[in-house]
Write a protein that binds this ligand. Structure first.
Ligand code: OXD
Ligand code: MN
Length: 597
């Protein structure tokens, strides 16, 4: 055992008294050996990487094929988000809603502080100031994460604007009475029985203990940019959403920005980095990636919604990423990338299921690969990389004003019933479509995979307050003078009777986006049905893809009996929220149910 060192108070790494005293209080509780204020420099990143390489936290990958790339192997009990251990601690349980686990703030603080007591002995406490969004943007918001994990610090550097500039903004805003998100994280013992992710929206604070996994530990991402930000956004009149942002440039040079919400591991990164089919490329279509996971939107003076991606990097799912599914992602992660829980080829190249037909040598736990042990890469294996490395990266991602949103897309994995695409009649109908979203669960969270659950706006694990109030907040954007985006629903995952996917997906999804843009510009046709406007197969450009008559009928069809049952189930779901559920949404559901009779 290492000798107990006398505690040294934090050197004043900031001129902001509230930040200095918080760091000192945390240090007094957690008793680290040393405190490091992170400046976000290349030198600091290199030193962090070197220390993790020295103690085996990171393993070097093949420097010829993957320069600057590293592999981290997680504790096998710590590989995904833990929704059952994630709490939203409002003073009043009703404010958290049935969509969240709740604990009273005083009880949650007591529980967490007991875990944090002395937990950093022998470790370094890193103070990580960060900004979510371009540093100079009014839409951006700042936070400080305290962590004892150098892996978290290195990932935060890739995923956020982290370091000295963020600290300057925090100090300036603090001096003007502003505030910042306080995130406290420790790896603890990585014991699942001593693991909790607690959010305190009313205090703009997070306490996360016992996990090093991205969604639980990189506190700028899900904890700040979604759970706390959604709450903050409601009070400040904006939206914090689990959405990608992609720019679609047509052959005339006009770019429409689309925000799309899909549940975790349902292809947001692929859609954000889509490569147009050959004929579209030749015609001059281009795709620009602004963000792949989170979108903050606010009405501008012109009445449109303006959006930023609060993140600066991608924390993407590796399995399934290939030259066919997402060549841009593959090019992005060829260098300067941290891989987590992927397998290795015998020359230390990273590998995962779906990449290619090479045979891995070691699985994600470092064991000689044996198919009897399951997949070589963990199904939720990840890459962390700076967004700027993406060939389709949009310079507008740095625009402090953000980008104007033309269309919002909701979607999930639905093997049956839900057609390829349909359009909401108006904003209220669109909010209902988002509220009713359903999807089959994936490996991004622990628990059963492939079970259909309602995941409104893909925010089920991420909304920091009662969904009923959240839907009311969405509805409130429909004001006189607002020029709101059109709302659509897509389903790339419809299956035929033989269980195979009917729609080719990936680059061909641009055909669907082209129809949406046509609808936004008033050029494309659709048929009105009780569930919204549907294109016929003649309204989309399907040239060059093979779709049988049956596939067309299913993808563009509308099954009245099936939708009657779906609307009844949506009604039951909305009722779970009791009288807080906005009447306007219930009336919309009832109206569609009547139209379906
Ligand atoms: C993610 C997730 O990591 O949604 O983006 O789980
Ligand atoms: Mn996500």
């Amino acid at each position: 055992m290492s000798a107990v060192r006398p505690f040294e108070p934090a050197p004043a790494g900031t001129s902001l008294p509230s930040l200095a005293s918080w760091v000192a209080d945390v240090a007094a509780l957690t008793r680290p050996d040393r405190i490091q204020w992170c400046d976000g420099s290349d030198r600091e990143y290199a030193a962090l990487i070197a220390s993790m390489a020295a103690d085996g936290t990171l393993l070097p990958l093949n420097p010829d094929t993957h320069p600057g790339c590293w592999l981290h192997r997680s504790d096998p009990r710590d590989v995904a988000r833990v929704e059952h251990l994630t709490f939203v601690c409002h003073a009043d349980a009703a404010d958290a809603g049935p969509n969240n686990h709740w604990m009273a703030p005083h009880a949650a603080h007591a529980k967490m502080d007991a875990l944090f007591a002395g937990c950093m002995e022998g470790r370094t406490l890193y103070v990580v100031p960060y900004c979510m969004g371009p540093i100079g943007s009014e839409l951006a918001r700042c936070g400080v994460e305290i962590t004892d994990s150098p892996y978290v610090v290195a990932n935060m550097r890739l995923m956020t604007r982290m370091g000295a500039d963020a600290l300057t903004r925090i100090e300036r805003e603090g001096g003007q009475g502003g505030t910042f998100v306080r995130g406290l994280h420790s790896l603890g013992e990585l014991d699942p029985d001593r693991r909790f992710i607690m959010h305190f929206p009313e205090e703009l604070a997070v306490k996360s203990y016992g996990s090093g996994y991205g969604g639980n530990a990189l506190l700028g991402k899900k904890c700040h940019a979604l759970r706390l930000a959604s709450y903050q956004a409601r009070h400040e009149g904006w939206l914090a959403e689990h959405m990608l942002i992609v720019g679609i440039e047509d052959p005339r040079g006009d770019t429409h920005y689309i925000a799309a919400a899909f549940p975790s591991a349902c292809g947001k990164t692929n859609l954000a980095m889509l490569i147009p089919p050959p004929a579209y490329r030749e015609a001059g279509w281009k795709v620009w990636t602004v963000g792949d996971d989170i979108c903050w939107m606010r009405p501008g003076e012109d009445g449109r919604l303006w959006a930023i991606n609060p993140e600066a990097g991608y924390f993407g799912v590796a399995p399934g990423t290939s030259a066919a599914s997402n060549p841009n992602a593959l090019a992005t992660i060829q260098r300067d990338t941290i891989y987590t829980n992927v397998a290795l080829i015998d020359d230390d190249q990273p590998w995962w299921e779906g990449l290619d037909d090479r045979v891995p040598a070691l699985d994600w736990q470092g064991r000689p690969y044996d198919p009897a042990n399951g997949p070589a890469a963990h199904p939720n294996a990840r890459f962390t990389v700076s967004a700027r490395q993406c060939p389709s990266w949009s310079p507008r991602a740095e625009d402090p004003r953000g980008v104007p949103i033309s269309a919002i897309v909701f979607g999930g994995r639905r093997a049956s019933l839900v057609p390829l695409v349909f359009e909401a009649r108006d904003w209220t109908h669109g909010v209902l479509i988002g509220a009713a979203m359903g999807s089959e669960t994936t490996a991004a969270a622990t628990g059963a995979v492939g079970v259909m659950r309602r995941d409104p706006m893909a925010m089920k694990p991420f909304c920091g307050y009662n969904f009923a109030d959240y839907f009311a907040h969405w509805l409130s954007f429909d004001t006189p003078g607002a020029k709101l985006p059109k709302i659509f629903h897509v389903n790339w995952f419809r299956k035929g009777d033989d269980g195979t996917f009917l729609w080719p997906g990936f680059g061909d999804n641009l055909r669907v986006l082209e129809w949406m843009i046509g609808r936004v510009d008033g050029r494309a046709n659709a048929v009105e049905t009780p569930i919204g406007y549907l294109p016929t197969d003649a309204d989309l450009n399907l040239e060059g893809i093979a779709l049988s008559g049956d596939a067309r009928a299913t993808l563009f069809g509308f099954d009245r009996a099936g939708w009657q049952a779906e609307l009844a189930s949506i009604g039951t779901y909305l009722d779970e929220y009791g009288p807080r559920m906005p009447q306007g949404l219930k009336e919309e559901q009832q109206w569609i149910a009547i139209c379906l009779k």
